[in-house]
Design a binder for this molecule. Sequence first.
Ligand SMILES: Cc1cc2nc3c(=O)[nH]c(=O)nc-3n(C[C@H](O)[C@H](O)[C@H](O)COP(=O)(O)OP(=O)(O)OC[C@H]3O[C@@H](n4cnc5c(N)ncnc54)[C@H](O)[C@@H]3O)c2cc1C
Length: 155
Amino acid sequence: MCWYCRSCCRAQSGWDISKAIKKDVVRTFESLDDVADFYQIDALELHKTITSYNHAVETKHDTAFNKPIVRSATPITTPPYYVMRLWPKVHYTMGGVAINTKSQVLDFKGNIIEGLFAAGEVVGGVHGASRLGSCAITDCIVFGRIAGNQLAQNK
Ligand SMILES: Cc1cc2nc3c(=O)[nH]c(=O)nc-3n(C[C@H](O)[C@H](O)[C@H](O)COP(=O)(O)OP(=O)(O)OC[C@H]3O[C@@H](n4cnc5c(N)ncnc54)[C@H](O)[C@@H]3O)c2cc1C
C-alpha cells in the first residue's frame, strides 16, 4: 500500500519520508524476514535485535547501549517496515597540530616551527573542546587562505 499512497509513513511517524522512499534510500518491507532477505543479514539476529529494541522502548531503558529512549519512541511491531542502511563515518577530527592565528604550526612548547603552515582537518584546537556543526569548512577556508597569504609573503 505505501508504495502507492506514499503517505502512511507520515501518518505513523509524523515524518514525510516519501522522497527517500521514491529514491530507494528508504525501502519498505512487509515482514522482517523480507528485510533480512533483501539485506542478506541473519533473520534470527534481526528478530532478536528488534525484540531487544522493543523491550528497551517499553521499559524506557536500553541495557545494550544505554541509549536514551525518546518519549515518542514506539515498539516496532507492525508492517510496513521502513528500512535504510546506516554505517558510522568520521565527520570531523578534533585533534591535530597546533597553529597560531597566522596558520603557523607550533611545537610542543608553543614555539613557531618556521616555514610550516597548516589548516583544516590536520589542525586541532581551533574549535575548542567541541566543534560547532557546519563550521569546519569555514575553518579550512579561513586558515587555508591565511596560510597561502603567509607563504606568498614569505617568497
Ligand atoms: C559526511 C561529512 C559531512 C560533513 N559536513 C560538513 C558540513 O556540513 N559543514 C562543514 O563545515 N563541514 C562538514 N564536514 C567536514 C568538512 O568536510 C571537512 O572538515 C573538510 O572537508 C576538511 O578539509 P581538508 O581540506 O582539511 O581535509 P580533506 O578534505 O580530508 O582533504 C585532505 C586531502 O589530502 C589528500 N591526502 C591525504 N593524504 C595524502 C598524501 N599523503 N599525499 C597527498 N594527498 C593526500 C586526501 O586525499 C584529501 O584530498 C563534513 C565531513 C563529512 C565527512
